[in-house]
Design a protein around this ligand. Structure first.
Ligand SMILES: Cc1cc2nc3c(=O)[nH]c(=O)nc-3n(C[C@H](O)[C@H](O)[C@H](O)COP(=O)(O)O)c2cc1C
Length: 358
């Protein structure tokens, strides 16, 4: 048997499926649990007890019908087919060819690539910080990361290679222009180089310069103007990615619709300060003794994200717009909650990052 896979199922709230995938006979009964010693948390995870619970408590009650294939997960993003609703969101987990290729091989239907711009980006290090629960697991995650530090030409080459090698996967190109002409030209370039749709980053909370990112998302007139500019450059669907750093999202979403957007992506990360040191008076992450307000994501912010998704989903003026929901999704149940509130596709960063780095 594969206890690692079953443990992953338990961690991700998926006990029923984990129990149904165990071998018919409970092999843990006559085993000396060498897996517990081999575990990276040696001796601290009661694997045999957990497996026995799956056999004795969960399995008799599980009524899961396991589909033979994943056909039922098929959906679309503004008419473009998706193998399933799950995309990597634009960030540190979707910023190179290899990251996206690995995700595609693992079954993700696509990726929203790290925001492309023509700014000269120099990232600070460290640029992440986290709030942990009593058991050490990460609840909330703060970042002060900016945009892609590859040139536009390098990113276009990545798009071409991804499209060539993974023609059925969905490339959502996240872009940020500095004026109307650049929003227009970037959206056109992304289409020419293989993107299936464009996401307009009106919501990055970490921009070094004023007048970009969430500074745009807060002003409906700017959202409308730059959406219209991006729309002029392309024929593929456009999503406006909106900021939660506002009281209500509807004014910006309605402005995006007026500008020609086909959908809304929400939410981007929430402006935050975490971990103020009582010794240095600096918050985390500190870089050369200084820090900055940064974007907060992870499971802690899910309730806030759901509130915004519901607001957009219930707004009758936005009827028919695609909603790509995100922020705080870790398990299939989290994803289902976003779908029930109106999301048609799902994007994830922090849980993916933590899976690979914790
Ligand atoms: C390290 C990091 C970098 C990010 N970079 C971008 C970015 O370049 N563009 C963007 O639109 N959103 C960016 N985001 C926001 C994510 O795309 C997304 O909105 C949010 O993180 C999703 O919530 P989750 O991380 O809880 O799944 C970033 C998030 C993180 C954690």
């Amino acid at each position: 048997m594969d206890p690692a896979r079953a443990l992953l199922g338990i961690w991700f709230d998926d006990q029923d499926v984990a129990a149904m995938r165990l071998p018919d006979k409970n092999v843990c009964v006559d085993c000396d649990a060498f897996c517990e010693k081999a575990c990276v948390n040696s001796g601290r995870v009661p694997i045999r007890q957990l497996m026995n619970e799956l056999y004795e408590k969960v399995r008799p009650e599980a009524e899961i019908h396991m589909p033979d294939d994943e056909e039922r997960l098929k959906c679309d993003l503004c008419g473009v087919p998706l193998e399933n609703p799950f995309l990597l969101s634009s960030s540190v987990v979707a910023s190179t060819y290899d990251m996206c290729a690995r995700a595609f091989e693992a079954g993700w239907s696509g990726a929203c690539f790290k925001t492309i711009c023509s700014l000269d980006i120099h990232e600070a290090s460290p640029r992440f910080s986290a709030i942990k629960g009593d058991n050490g697991s990460i609840i909330g995650f703060k970042n002060i990361e900016q945009l892609s530090d590859h040139s536009v030409a390098e990113n276009m080459e990545i798009f071409r290679k991804l499209k060539k090698n993974y023609p059925t996967k969905f490339i959502l190109a996240s872009i940020m222009g500095q004026d109307e002409a650049e929003w227009e030209s970037l959206s056109g370039l992304c289409e020419e180089n293989g993107a299936d749709a464009i996401e307009l980053n009106f919501s990055c909370p970490n921009m070094q310069e004023d007048g970009l990112g969430s500074d745009i998302g807060k002003v409906p007139e700017l959202v409308e103007r730059f959406t219209r500019a991006a729309k002029r450059g392309t024929t593929i669907p456009i999503l406006a990615k909106l900021t939660p750093n506002v009281a209500t999202m509807s004014p910006a979403a309605e402005a995006a619709l007026r500008g020609g957007a086909d959908g809304i992506a929400a939410i981007n990360t929430i402006k935050s300060i975490v971990g103020v040191s009582p010794y240095t008076y600096v918050s985390a992450p500190a870089v050369k003794g200084q820090s900055a307000v940064g974007g907060y994501s992870g499971n802690a912010v899910k309730p806030i994200a759901l509130r915004f998704i519901a607001e957009i989903g219930q707004n009758s003026k936005l009827k028919g717009m695609h909603i790509s929901g995100m922020d705080g999704i870790e398990t299939w149940r989290d994803a289902l909650e976003f779908i029930l509130m109106g999301s048609c596709s799902i994007q994830i960063t922090t849980a993916v990052w933590l899976q690979n780095n914790q």
